[in-house]
Each structure stands twice: as structure tokens, then as C-alpha cells.
Design a protein around this ligand. Structure first.
Ligand code: ZN
Length: 153
């Protein structure tokens, strides 16, 4: 039977819980190429060697997950940058950087008086110890084209 090793396309089912045991994210089918830091390091390490049908509970501290909460990632910008966009406090939005990367941020505060917005660029799971419940659904060899492109086809 195939084991999860480098260059395998792995499909897992997962649920993520925070420190309070609250479910914060789940997926019935998540696929990635193993061995290339496509997923957080704590998860990739623990999935190594598993087979289809294996289930595992994995505790991941921030340093092997989404990192520590960084106060410098909270930034105040002029409200003009959102001209034409309907943003709301507490909501999470996505933007594209000049390099084409997807950037995620949460609007903490809209200060209309001072024409400023306060944004938090930390990942919502940063600073948290997470519990993953995973099940391996499928494993196959990545094609040479997938390895070359660095993504699934
Ligand atoms: Zn491609």
C-alpha cells in the first residue's frame, strides 16, 4: 500500500479545533503535493508515512502552524485605499500583492472621523495551538508535470 512520502498527491479529510475545542475549519477533501511545504510544517511532518484509511489526531503549536501573533502585522492605512469597496469591521478580505500573492486581512476598525482603517494581516489561526483530526482518503504519485508546476492538475 502507498505511504505518504515526498512527491505523492495526498487527499485528506480534516477538522480543525482551537484550544477551546471549537471547530474552526473543516474539509471533506483537501489535496496537496507532499514534501514541499504546501501545508503547515507540523501537519506535513505528522502525515509522513501514513496510509489510506489512517486516522490521526495531531496537536500543532503556533511555531509549527500559523506562527505567533505579530503585533507589527496590525497596520493603520488611509481609508482611501478602500474607495469603492464596501468593507465591514470584523470581516476577512483577500487582496493580491504586486507579486501576485494572495494576502488575507481582517478589518479591525473603520475610523471615519480620522479617515483611517486598522487592518490585521495576521493569519486568523496565528498564535493558536490547533488540534487537527485527519483521515487519509487517497494517495497517488504526482505527475512530472504537476511537480514541475508545483500544483495539482
Ligand atoms: Zn500547471
Amino acid at each position: 500500500m502507498d505511504k505518504i512520502t515526498k512527491n505523492k498527491v495526498v487527499e485528506i479529510k480534516y477538522s480543525i479545533y482551537d484550544e477551546n475545542g471549537d471547530l474552526i475549519e473543516k474539509s471533506e477533501s483537501f489535496k496537496y503535493i507532499h514534501g514541499y511545504n504546501n501545508i503547515i510544517s507540523g501537519l506535513e511532518e505528522e502525515l509522513e508515512g501514513l496510509e489510506v484509511g489512517d486516522k490521526k489526531e495531531i496537536i500543532i503549536p503556533p511555531e509549527k502552524g500559523y506562527g505567533d501573533y505579530n503585533i507589527e502585522a496590525v497596520q493603520t492605512l488611509p481609508i482611501d485605499v478602500f474607495e469603492g469597496f464596501d468593507i465591514k469591521e470584523g470581516e476577512i478580505y483577500y487582496a493580491q500583492s504586486d507579486k501576485g500573492d494572495i494576502i488575507q486581512f481582517r478589518v479591525i476598525k473603520i475610523d471615519k472621523l480620522n479617515n483611517e482603517v486598522v487592518l490585521d494581516f495576521n493569519h486568523p489561526f496565528s498564535g493558536k495551538t490547533l488540534k487537527f483530526d485527519i483521515e487519509v482518503k487517497s494517495i497517488r504519485d504526482a505527475t512530472s508535470e504537476e511537480l514541475e508546476h508545483g500544483h495539482l492538475h
